[in-house]
Design a protein around this ligand. Structure first.
Ligand code: S3P
Length: 169
């Protein structure tokens, strides 16, 4: 199985933008599991509303497995919740896994319109950033256990973070 570089981390940590820049630097394809999901099934909020989160997670798990098995070594940005799947976690041991970390304040700036992320808005009247913090607290241990490298977004440009990842490979 090819060894991909896989970016994990919370919503708003820059997995898509850092993934695209890293792929350009390494002349590898970049795939983003959320984009792949949307191309196949339409908008994520609509899918959640119609089928529920469990169905989303099952389909996300299938898509991640398919993309990790890509014919060429790639850079793969995962949706923030994909690490909640035990099957996905066991597949990740074969790849170089980078956690992109971010503070709540930075994530809040980056997330912008929370309506595109139903996990932040469904079933709660709390502000999206409060929900983000609770989800982060639940998932942080998973991200850290899986990561071969943790890269903080603190004060670092996208290209700086790409440099850090390339140096660590
Ligand atoms: C989710 C994160 C989103 C997307 C979906 C659920 C999550 O991806 O997969 O809305 O549970 O954290 P990003 O991490 O790219 O925002």
């Amino acid at each position: 199985m090819p060894s991909n570089i896989v970016l994990i981390g919370p919503m708003g940590s820059g997995k898509s933008s850092v993934g695209a820049a890293l792929a350009r630097r390494l002349s590898r394809p970049h795939v983003d599991t959320d984009h792949f999901f949307v191309a196949r099934h339409g908008p994520i909020p609509r899918y959640f509303a119609t089928y529920g989160e469990q169905a989303f997670r099952a389909e996300e798990e299938r898509i991640v497995a398919e993309l990790l098995d890509a014919p060429r070594p790639s850079v793969i940005s995962l949706g923030g919740g994909s690490v909640t799947s035990a099957a996905t976690r066991s597949l990740l041991t074969e790849h170089f896994v980078v956690m992109l970390d971010v503070t709540a304040a930075q994530a809040e700036l980056r997330i912008g319109d929370a309506a595109t992320r139903p996990v932040l808005t469904e079933g709660t009247d709390d502000p999206p950033i409060e929900r983000w913090k609770r989800i982060y607290a639940e998932r942080e241990p998973l991200y850290r256990q899986l990561a071969d490298l943790v890269v903080s977004a603190e004060e670092a440009s996208i290209e700086d973070r790409v440099d850090t990842i390339v140096e660590a490979m």
